[in-house]
Design a protein around this ligand. Structure first.
Ligand code: FES
Length: 343
């Protein structure tokens, strides 16, 4: 690209912004420099936060992991703004409102209210914000907690919503030797103080209120889904069709089933499918959240899918749904990967 190009971005709330992209600049870089509230995280093409739909014009992919968008995704116009240089003047659509990217990072302190084992390898960490602190987040977003006594931070999605503030509830998967896992199981006590920051991430409910919502959750990927269900429960009016497919490796690892049963009472349009991979109990579905699905679940063209779980599950979901012709722009995902040093 040798000439500057003009790019227009349309947000889901009808707000839009126009800016110039210089040669060698990505659309994301230029948009951020222009002060637009764009969502992004890695800037290396791997997280999908900056996904947009190309409505007009042409872009050149500037390489990196972003070039691994599936052919079906590219064919439907999906582009990663952090990997795109404008080859011509371009117009993009974004799936989130202009308010979504405007949040600034908040820092707060919270006291431990309880640490409860809810399965073999998951604990529920109940926090209460310290006096004079507040913490806004969207259901589905994540926050970071500093492991006490270290400079290490770990990321968790609240299973609660801002309606219960100053209380915040997190589901933490325990990992052998993990820094936070060790603290929670050996040292953490009621009234200990934790430092937190956030909120982060582009995994939150989109504005499609009437479209069917399909949630695919593996392990502690259920936490943000619970927060989203609570948010939907509190919204007025008719509820859209809702499907939650949730799975854990074993019966001993399974958690959250009572909460899901409660949501089925509160939300009559909610169907829940729970699967266990190894030795499922009699009557339980065998397999993974994905194995409970069929193409018919995605028959509605506007269905919105939220996928949260281990990277392998998220990748497999994108491939499976792609093979069924699901529009990738209606799939929102968050990967829960243990940190390199353990969770
Ligand atoms: S910011 Fe992560 S893919 Fe673009």
């Amino acid at each position: 690209m040798t000439t500057e190009r003009r790019v227009r971005l349309h947000f889901a709330d009808d707000a839009s912004g126009e800016f110039i992209v210089q040669p060698g600049q990505t659309v994301l870089e230029a948009g951020l420099l222009a002060g637009l509230p764009l969502l992004y995280q890695c800037q290396s093409g791997s997280c999908g936060s900056c996904l947009a739909t190309l409505l007009a014009g042409e872009v050149a992919n500037c390489g990196g992991a972003g070039s691994t968008l599936l052919p079906s995704e590219l064919a439907s116009g999906a582009r990663l703004l952090c990997q795109s240089e404008a080859a011509t003047d371009c117009v993009f659509a974004l799936s989130y409102s202009s308010a979504a990217g405007q949040s600034t990072v908040q820092r707060a302190y919270a006291l431990v209210n309880a640490i409860d084992a809810v399965s073999l390898d998951v604990v529920r960490l109940s926090l209460e914000l310290a006096e004079d602190y507040w913490f806004d987040f969207r259901p589905g977003q994540y926050l970071r907690l500093r492991v006490p006594g270290t400079d290490a931070w770990r990321s968790y999605s609240p299973s609660s919503t801002t309606h219960t503030l100053p209380q915040i509830e997190l589901m933490v998967r325990l990992i052998d030797g993990g820094l936070m896992s060790s603290w929670l199981t050996r040292e953490g006590r009621v009234d200990d103080v934790l430092e937190l920051e956030g909120a982060f991430g582009q995994f939150f409910l989109r504005e499609k209120k009437r479209a069917p919502h399909i949630f695919l959750a593996g392990g502690t990927g259920l936490a943000p889904v619970l927060a989203m269900l609570e948010s939907l429960r509190r919204q007025g009016g008719l509820k859209p069709p809702l499907l939650v497919c949730f799975g854990c490796r074993s019966e001993a690892s399974l958690f959250g089933t009572e909460q899901l049963a409660l949501y089925q009472q509160w939300l009559p349009t909610l169907e829940v499918r729970i699967a266990v991979d190894e030795a499922p109990a009699p009557g339980r579905l065998a397999g993974t959240p994905l194995s409970t699905l069929s193409a018919a679940d995605f028959a509605h063209p506007d269905a919105v899918t939220y996928v949260c779980g281990p990277p392998a599950m998220v990748d497999a979901a994108q491939i499976l749904l792609g093979s069924w012709g699901v529009n990738p722009l209606r799939i929102h995902s968050e990967q829960f990967a243990p940190s390199a040093a353990g969770q």
